[in-house]
Ligand binder design. Structure first.
Ligand code: SAH
Ligand code: TMP
Ligand code: ZN
Length: 490
């Protein structure tokens, strides 16, 4: 059976009203530009009424978001109260060209109830490449408080593999970088999966975690945590209260923060002269090599490489002193950064720059090729799923990951194709997946009656999951994976 769903369900289209509002705002921007510089234009209540909105409220206020401090960027071209469209690079302010769009997309971790379907927010998920500083980034940014709040659905400690990974990261930082009376700061510390190893050792520490529910789990474990968004202003307060830090840590969080200049300025201020920033994020080189487009979603504002980060840190008189590849999240990179000249630079850094050149990370054509590969992957996955359905197979999915929101909405995977998604996170269970509205069920549902096929959305945890799901395979079940290529596996 051919995959022939119409394009409007492969990523939802914006409504007519949104299109009208966007066009009105674009026109205002154009008028401002012709009139010379000035503050960002605002949408008025009249504009919104003309677009047919009866409930204007704060949801749709024309808002200017200036990601300044210390490096201001020019105004966004559109903001609808959910997301802000950007016309220039968040790092160097040059123009950026999108190279792939996934269409209208809901909040990746916005698992919801039936009653919430009518008010579900959407934005345009697309990524662009900056030819000047080589940073790959989203071209429309969802407001942080729409993603990170008291009902945040991602709890780090749901994976035993990740717990072991962060124990080892903490051990390595302790061994290499802590001086006398050490102080450690971690941003995006979530439920304390890494910081607990410092707290348990009696080391002075501070977690900065804006999502209040996960932060509360950390606090209950005895980990000092404040629920705020880290930026240069918070760095000033932390320095005044606690002094400077030996280590500033961040796992899967630096790439989440559009105001990255402000974060790095804060890091610069907070670090002792020999202090280090150690952070890791999904690595652009792996995304390009594996075609893992599902790493692209609202929370991931940036897709880092050594090459692009060099530009960023140079502006703040910091430098990358070490890099190390990680297997986590389908391929990550750990970067260690210090004040310029404070530490020797390991040979791994230059070696990685050469690898990136060979991979073509600085060339626009690489991203065009990536787009073609992603489109092929989508078509192959849908062809396989539709064939299985046509053959009468039962198909479920495993892991209601944030990545799966991109896959389901981009490919058009609906509940008639996937019965449910099994997930161990209680806050996601008995809700529906964002956009595609596939039911999320506890693992017991999966174990009770194995499906014929399970689409492995949590493919980054494949080793851990396959090791504990041997009974599924013994029952004749097969996994479907789509990274690096679409295939059924036993
Ligand atoms: N470090 C954990 C959590 C990663 S999820 C891990 O690797 O498993 C990203 C986390 O960053 C979320 O808990 C989110 O609330 C937090 N976060 C988002 N923006 C932040 C900011 N500006 N400052 C600090 N934390 C932030
Ligand atoms: P992640 O890929 O962003 O880490 O998310 C993994 C999701 O998969 C998370 O919601 C927890 C879920 N999960 C399971 O349901 N079972 C498992 O065995 C593992 C490791 C994760
Ligand atoms: Zn740039």
């Amino acid at each position: 059976m051919e995959w022939n769903k119409p394009p409007e369900i492969r990523g939802r289209r914006e409504t007519e009203r949104q299109q009208f509002v966007r066009a009105t705002y674009a026109q205002k921007v154009e008028e401002k530009r012709e009139a010379g510089d000035g503050p960002a234009p605002q949408l008025t209540a009249d504009d919104l009424r003309a677009a047919g909105s009866r409930t204007i409220g704060p949801e749709v206020s024309g808002k200017c978001v200036t990601f300044c401090e210390p490096s201001p960027i020019s105004w966004p071209i559109f903001s609808c109260g959910v997301a802000t469209a950007m016309k220039s690079c968040l790092i160097c302010k040059s123009a950026i060209e999108p190279f792939i769009s996934f269409g209208r997309m809901p909040i990746a971790n916005g698992f919801l109830t039936k009653e919430q379907f009518a008010v579900e927010p959407f934005y345009e998920l697309a990524t662009g490449f900056c030819k000047t500083c080589k940073m790959v980034q989203l071209t429309e940014l969802v407001d942080p408080d729409k993603m990170f709040h008291e009902n945040y659905a991602f709890f780090s400690s749901t994976s035993a593999g990740m717990a072991a990974h962060f124990e080892s990261m903490a051990k390595s930082v302790k061994a290499k970088y802590l001086g006398p009376d050490p102080f450690v700061v971690e941003i995006g510390s979530n439920d304390g999966i890494m910081l607990r190893h410092f707290a348990d050792a009696g080391i002075r520490h501070l977690g900065v975690e804006p999502s209040a529910n996960v932060a509360e789990v950390a606090r209950r474990r005895g980990i000092t945590t404040i629920s705020e968004f880290f930026d240069v202003n918070l760095a000033k307060r932390i320095t005044a209260e606690h002094g400077q830090a030996d280590a500033f840590l961040g796992a899967n969080v630096m790439c989440h923060i559009p105001t990255l200049h402000s974060v790095v300025a804060g890091v610069k201020m907070l670090l002792k002269p020999r202090g280090v920033l150690v952070f890791e994020d999904p690595y652009l080189g792996d995304i390009i090599e594996k075609g893992s487009y599902d790493q692209i979603y609202d929370e991931h504002a940036f897709y880092f490489s050594v090459t692009s980060l060099d530009h960023l840190f140079a502006e703040h008189e910091l430098e990358i002193i070490d890099v190390a590849s990680q297997l986590t999240h389908g391929g990550s990179m750990r970067y260690t950064v210090a004040h310029r000249g404070a530490w020797p630079v390991t040979p791994a850094v230059a070696a990685q720059r050469i690898k990136e050149t060979n991979l073509g990370l600085s060339r626009a054509e690489t991203y065009e090729q990536f787009r073609r590969r992603v489109e092929t992957s989508r078509d192959e996955l849908m062809a396989l799923l539709c064939k299985l359905k046509a053959d009468g197979k039962r198909v479920a999915a495993y892991g209601a990951t944030s990545k799966s929101t991109t896959v389901t909405n981009y490919c058009g995977i609906t509940p008639d194709i996937i019965e449910y998604i099994s997930d161990t996170t209680s806050i996601k269970q008995n809700k529906f997946s964002p956009g595609a509205h596939i039911p999320v069920k506890p693992h017991a549902e999966f174990a009770k009656r194995y499906p014929d096929y399970a689409l492995l959305f949590a493919w980054n945890h494949a080793a851990e999951i396959k090791a504990k799901e041997t009974a599924f395979i013994e029952s004749g079940g097969r996994w479907i994976v789509y990274v690096p290529r679409v295939e059924a596996q036993s």
